[in-house]
Design a protein around this ligand. Structure first.
Ligand code: 5GP
Length: 205
């Protein structure tokens, strides 16, 4: 059985990564599993332990860092977020495709550690739209929003480090494009080659 492919969905805060991820998982035409992250932030209403996040204390999280139990981690708005290594490795070994939905600093670390992963940058249609989404979320004040916009501008320059860029015009279209990327990645010669060779060998004997 061949190893699964690791997909990393990243992009600036407010671009809609979570919504696009939810749309992907409402569809049945892929076999992705989602890697649930660990975080020190408090659970929001309706969030479930082990489904949305593994909620940790700062001490527990720092122990995970020290034990090298995370593929990557970052601090975002005063909280830690990180990807547990065990689950991702286990799923990939079982031939499952895995998707991470993480912010940009974390994606840069994954790129260093696991360069064979497929990196997808989710870009806003415009800065105006990004601002509209951040304001619409209603969770941050004006100063924080300006900070996020400035960070987003810096992060947009990192787009060239990614294999694919998907503009989040509509959630449906963005999810369609990500499914297309997953399908195309599975058609890479390196994944198909051994199957073809085996078939040819069988025909020759
Ligand atoms: P939220 O607090 O809104 O759930 O997430 C805040 C940000 O953290 C989002 O941009 C989300 O993509 C990112 N994030 C979630 N999990 C991880 C993770 O495991 N690692 C990193 N680096 N970022 C994460």
């Amino acid at each position: 059985m061949s190893r699964g492919i690791l997909f990393v969905l990243s992009g600036p805060s407010g671009v809609g990564k979570g919504t696009v991820r939810a749309e992907l998982f409402s569809r049945a035409n892929h076999k992705l599993v989602y890697s649930v992250s660990a975080t020190t932030r408090i659970a929001r209403k309706g969030e479930v332990e082990g489904v949305d996040y593994f909620f940790k204390t700062q001490e527990e999280f720092e122990k995970m860092i020290a034990n090298r139990a995370l593929i990557e981690y970052a601090q975002f708005v005063g909280n830690y977020y990180g990807t547990p290594l065990d689950y991702v490795e286990k799923m990939l070994d079982e031939g499952q495709d895995v998707i991470l939905e993480i912010e940009v600093q974390g994606a840069t670390q994954v790129k260093r550690l696991l360069p064979e992963a497929v990196f997808i940058f989710l870009a806003p249609p415009s800065l105006k739209e990004l601002r509209r989404r951040l304001v619409g979320r209603g969770t941050e004040d004006t100063e924080v929003i300006s900070g996020r916009i400035n960070t987003a501008i810096r992060e947009l320059f990192l787009m060239s480090e990614y294999d694919y860029t998907v503009i989040n015009d509509t959630v449906e279209q963005a999810a369609d494009k990500i499914i297309a990327i997953i399908k195309a990645e599975h058609l890479r010669t390196k994944y198909i080659e051994s199957t073809i060779r085996e078939r040819i060998m069988e025909e020759l004997v």
